[in-house]
Design a protein around this ligand. Structure first.
Ligand code: GLN
Length: 311
């Protein structure tokens, strides 16, 4: 729908950050690796980038943080450009109804993950990238630098290394899928790529700029570059709507109604078709692994402007 324009979008964002600051953190920061456990839980940031290039920000919108699972959106967009519909024989398009790192379905579903946004699915996508690029990690970083227009985006090597050290569950997912023939490359190489993309750091502004093409039928606003065709943009948004917020995707659709992706670094991006992209950051996570206060800021913003795609 056509969003209602508030008198001053910037001051609405300031208000939302201020409100969030007063709320309880709503959980703990991710602590499965030291580099994430050390992040200040009080960071709060939000950025809104409209299709015409207008940027609204409040709080720590310039501070880079670990994008973690938000990287799965970029990975999928690259893989869909490189591969035709046979991709969907290796990963499905159904919500999982399970935690993001769950392994149970993979056994009875013969190594085919439910969707590209749970870890198992993102590992299949990482395998696609490793198979299609001689330097998939470099390709990934170049992709996000180009989309965001920020040449300084890089991976945090400390996060990357400790993801690998603490990555036994992801390794289990990858080896189980390999046993079913759904991983082509060697598992350590695939995991190396997956952990690398999780460890990339971007700010709310970087993220909101990067995903503009999803709000604009595949064309990146500003540069007018075709990042993917309109059908792919539609499909990514559909998957984000049904699976982007893990086992809270139904509730998020119910209350907010926007395609969105979260990460355990505390980030969330939400796509508003024909309007722009919202990105918010607050490290403490709820029991689904979604960032409580960042989700709240996006929820309030979408509600105030009437942004739901389901209206
Ligand atoms: N690196 C994390 C993992 O693989 C990313 C998960 C997430 O952000 N939900 O477990």
């Amino acid at each position: 729908g056509t969003p209602k324009q508030p008198k001053n979008c910037g001051s609405l964002l300031e208000e939302l950050v201020e409100k969030a600051r007063q709320q309880a953190p709503g959980g703990q920061v991710a602590d499965y690796i030291p580099a994430l456990a050390e992040v200040d839980p009080e960071h709060l940031g939000i950025a809104v980038v409209e299709l015409d290039g207008t940027v609204h920000i409040a709080g720590d919108a310039h501070t880079p943080f670990s994008i973690q699972s938000i990287s799965k959106v970029f990975g999928l967009a690259i893989a869909m450009q490189r591969m035709d519909d046979v991709l969907w024989e290796r990963v499905r398009m159904e919500p999982s109804g399970q935690a993001f790192n769950s392994i149970v379905q993979l056994e009875w579903e013969h190594g085919i993950p439910r969707n590209p946004f749970i870890n198992a699915g993102a590992i299949v996508i990482a395998d696609v990238l490793v198979s299609h690029y001689s330097a998939s990690k470099t390709a990934f970083v170049q992709y996000v630098r180009q989309l965001s227009g920020n040449p300084n985006i890089h991976a945090n090597h400390r996060v990357w290394e400790s993801e690998k050290e603490h990555g036994n569950r992801n390794a289990a997912l990858a080896y189980l899928m390999k046993s079913f023939g759904n991983i082509e490359s060697e598992v350590p190489e695939v995991l190396d790529h997956y952990f690398f993309q999780c460890s990339v750091e971007m700010s709310c502004i970087d993220l909101a700029k990067s995903l503009g093409f999803l709000a604009n039928r595949g064309v990146q606003p500003g540069t007018e570059q075709v990042i993917c065709d309109a059908r792919s943009a539609h499909r990514i948004n559909a998957l984000l709507s049904t699976s982007g917020m893990y086992d809270q995707s139904g509730e998020f659709a119910f209350t907010v109604g926007l395609p969105a992706k979260s990460g355990v670094g505390g980030g969330i991006v939400a796509v508003v078709p024909d309007y722009g992209v919202i990105a918010a950051w607050s490290p403490p996570l709820n029991r689904f692994g979604n960032p409580t206060r960042a989700v709240e800021m996006v929820t309030q913003f979408a509600e105030r402007l009437g942004l739901s795609v389901y209206t």
